[in-house]
Design a protein around this ligand. Structure first.
Ligand code: NAD
Length: 478
């Protein structure tokens, strides 16, 4: 279904994110027929390009980043005709009049801030100054949203000086992933799981986001961020919220975000002995973290494992174990809901016991596996084993769904539709920082040095101990 006519201005249109993610996502939606007749995209960046040069640059990026079928190649020209460019400086008056002239009246107007956060304030101010904002105006801001609670509050205040909260779309691209949205469908669309979804039946929950990539090309940013700021404060926190939240009354932006906020606010501070920091060392897979950054004594973590507690009625006593890291053995995002043992074994302890476990795989090979206990086949008496009830989305939904749309496709179209459900609200981001900051401050105060782990491994041994101490173990990453 086509969306309403729109003008989308991409500040930073020549940058990496715009060229590699945003423009390819818009192109795919164009090919899918979701664009109205006369929508336009205006790239706006520092850099003296003509509109034709910008179109050429964009065409090249699309060829590299958007897999094209034969009919898409034909669509490329039509798409590029809707693409324009203005050379503009966020920090001066240069280019703003030209941009104002290109904008059309009475339509959705979205400004995508695909630039560093230091430019968010100046851009918001200039949009107002040049009278470009109306009630149909939306702004989209990228992660990282702040570096800590203080900077996130300052950013929120800067944006709030020019726009209402209902106009601000803070991207966490994890929320745009098809399978992450499926978390809500699985939880709230099935009668089967929700009655068991609490501390009475769930022993613990594991959330793993493992990456094989290092920090190539992002050293400056990553050195200042580390895994806690780069992944835990946003992506893992969002997954935890979707798993732990109460059912919202409806699938509506504030109903969902209110429930997520309550989860973050119910999180206990993390105990120092419930957290493990790691940093990848050199190995057959490549150089170590300290070999690729300019500081050979860097103490930035590329891995975090921690035990969190949501102190509320539903989850009291059920730990949430979170882990994420770079240069690990496999790329895998998975949530494991580990149920408790049956209260009594009618077959006797010698038959063995196997607790149920629900694994929700977000990537790759998206799907759901439920481990159930059955009798071991054969005449050897009653012995129990567990077997997987396995559902791969690609197999279950057919070949046309093998390749789910990129998160940015969903999110950019939601901006145009004016649907904020999958975007973070200002108070949510601040609450997440309020929980993250003391952890980082603790490391700094103690002069904590992350534990080295081999590239291509499952992370530092201490992360295994974190579980072992509790009589539990991590599920495999692969
Ligand atoms: P980039 O350095 O590749 O591009 C920056 C863009 O901003 C360029 O188009 C540049 O011309 C423009 N710009 C810089 N100063 C300007 C000014 N004064 N006025 C107008 N335009 C100006 O950066 P990027 O990698 O595209 O990242 C953009 C934002 O997105 C950053 O906040 C980054 O943290 C975030 N982000 C990037 C990625 C990614 O994969 N690249 C992922 C997540 C978030």
């Amino acid at each position: 279904i086509p969306v309403d006519p729109f003008d989308l201005v991409i500040f930073g249109g020549t940058g990496d994110l715009a060229q590699r993610k945003i423009l390819p996502a818009l192109f795919r939606r164009y090919c899918a027929g979701q664009w109205p007749e006369d929508a336009q995209i205006i790239g706006a960046a520092r850099g003296d390009h003509t509109p034709d040069e910008f179109r050429k640059m964009t065409a090249e990026s699309l060829r590299q980043n958007a897999p094209m079928r034969a009919q898409d190649v034909d669509a490329l020209n039509g798409f590029l005709q809707r693409v324009d460019y203005v050379s503009l400086d966020a920090l001066s008056a240069e280019g703003w009049q030209s941009l104002a002239k290109k904008l059309k009246e009475n339509r959705v107007r979205a400004f995508y801030f695909s630039v560093g956060p230091s430019l968010f304030g100046p851009l918001a101010e200039r949009i107002r100054l040049h009278d470009m904002a109306s009630e149909h105006t939306r702004i989209v801001v990228e992660k990282p949203f702040g570096h800590d609670l203080g900077s996130a509050r300052a950013l929120n205040a800067t944006l709030a000086a020019h726009f209402d909260e209902g106009q601000i779309y803070r991207i966490d691209h994890y929320l745009g992933k098809e399978t992450v949205q499926n978390l809500m469908a699985v939880r709230f669309g099935n009668m089967l799981f929700e009655p068991l979804w609490n501390s009475q039946y769930v022993d613990h929950i594991q959330i793993t986001v493992a990456e094989t990539v290092g920090i190539d090309g992002r050293e400056d940013y990553y050195e200042r961020a580390g895994a806690m700021r780069d992944m835990v404060q946003n992506h893992l926190m969002q997954l935890l919220c979707l798993i732990a939240m109460e059912p919202p009354a409806k699938f509506d932006p504030d109903a969902v975000r209110d429930e997520k906020l309550k989860v973050i606010r119910a999180l206990d501070p993390v105990e120092p002995h419930h957290i493990v920091r790691g940093q990848f060392a050199a190995g057959p897979e490549g150089p170590g973290y300290r070999d690729v950054v300019s500081n050979p004594r860097s103490t930035t973590e590329s891995y975090v494992a921690l035990r969190a507690h949501v102190s509320n009625w539903r989850w009291a006593g059920t730990p949430f174990y979170l882990r994420t890291g770079k240069r690990l053995v496999a790329r895998s995002s998975v949530i494991n809901v580990m149920f408790k043992d049956a209260p009594h074994s009618i077959f006797g302890e010698e038959a063995g016991r196997h607790a149920n476990a629900l694994s929700i795989r977000l990537q790759p090979n998206e799907g759901i596996t439920l481990k159930v206990t059955i009798k071991e086949p054969g005449p050897g008496g009653m012995r129990l084993i567990d077997v997987p009830l396995d559902m791969s989305f690609a197999e279950a939904l057919g070949p046309e769904n093998q390749d789910p749309p990129d998160a940015y496709e969903r999110l950019v179209m939601d901006v145009i539709r004016g649907n904020q459900t999958l975007f973070m609200r200002g108070d949510e981001v601040e609450a997440a920082w309020a929980w993250t900051d003391p952890v980082i401050a603790g490391w700094q105060a103690r002069g904590d040095v992350p534990k080295p782990y081999d590239s291509g491994s499952t992370g530092p041994g201490d992360a295994e101990l974190l579980m072992k101490r509790d009589g539990r173990r991590w599920q495999g990453i692969k």
